[in-house]
Design a protein around this ligand. Structure first.
Ligand code: GRF
Length: 217
């Protein structure tokens, strides 16, 4: 079901058809968001589902992965342009950083969402979209940053962990915290079991933050 376009600010220059090959096929009438993934795209799926609801202030106009991620299927099913920008296809990290920034910029998003994207973003993306990139992390930052937030929290023996949605800066999960939710750790928890319960609260939290940020633009 199409969403009703919200009132938007002066940056609203995106309500025009994007017809170039590989770009969003329709008329972009809501705040355009690009989502970056590496895995199964559980958070991407939640963002796509919510974007189909009435009064949703955003639409996902592109999905980019750093590998042949299973989650790209969600974009294909939704008819949203998707693309792989793999580090291995570029001569060095700096070239990949530039290619990633170019791929994102081609969609002209107002917000970039890292949703299970397992790479640090480099200076080109930060320079182009500074303050407009958010990340979701499966731990209560500033505790347990990095690629193994669930495993590290479990190994430390914490009784409560959770998830954080943050602004992305040049550090590893060091950006401003936008929202958090707590999840109890159970005696019998494995990393996978705990991560699944975290994902269950992480998805609605991410959707809530993306809605809030895009409605305000
Ligand atoms: C999320 O918990 C995210 O915070 C973490 O990876 C999970 C998403 O992975 N970095 P996937 O896309 O569902 O595989």
């Amino acid at each position: 079901m199409p969403c009703t376009a919200p009132a938007r600010g002066p940056a609203d220059d995106t309500a025009r058809p994007v017809t170039r090959e590989g770009h969003y096929p329709g008329a972009v009438t809501r705040t355009p968001v690009v989502v970056l993934i590496s895995g199964t795209g559980s958070n991407l799926a939640a963002l796509l589902a919510a974007s189909g609801q009435e009064q949703c202030p955003y639409e996902v106009v592109g999905v980019i992965a750093d590998r042949e991620a299973a989650g790209l299927a969600h974009a294909r099913e939704a008819g949203i342009p998707s693309q792989v920008v793999a580090l291995g296809d570029h001569p060095d990290r700096a070239a990949w950083d530039r290619a990633l920034a170019d791929a994102v910029a081609a969609h002209a998003p107002q917000l970039v969402v890292l949703a299970g994207f397992m790479k640090l973003v480099g200076p080109p993306l930060l320079e182009s979209f500074g303050g407009r990139i958010i990340n979701t992390h499966p731990a209560l930052l500033p505790s347990f940053p990095g690629a193994h937030g669930v495993r590290d929290a479990l190994a430390h023996g914490v009784k409560v962990t959770g998830c954080s949605v943050i602004e992305v800066d040049a550090g590893v999960d060091t950006g401003r915290i936008l929202a958090q939710r707590a999840v109890d750790v159970l005696e019998e928890d494995t990393e996978d079991a705990l991560h699944e319960r975290i994902k269950a609260v992480e998805q609605p939290l991410l959707v809530e933050v993306v809605r809030r940020l895009t409605a305000a633009r």
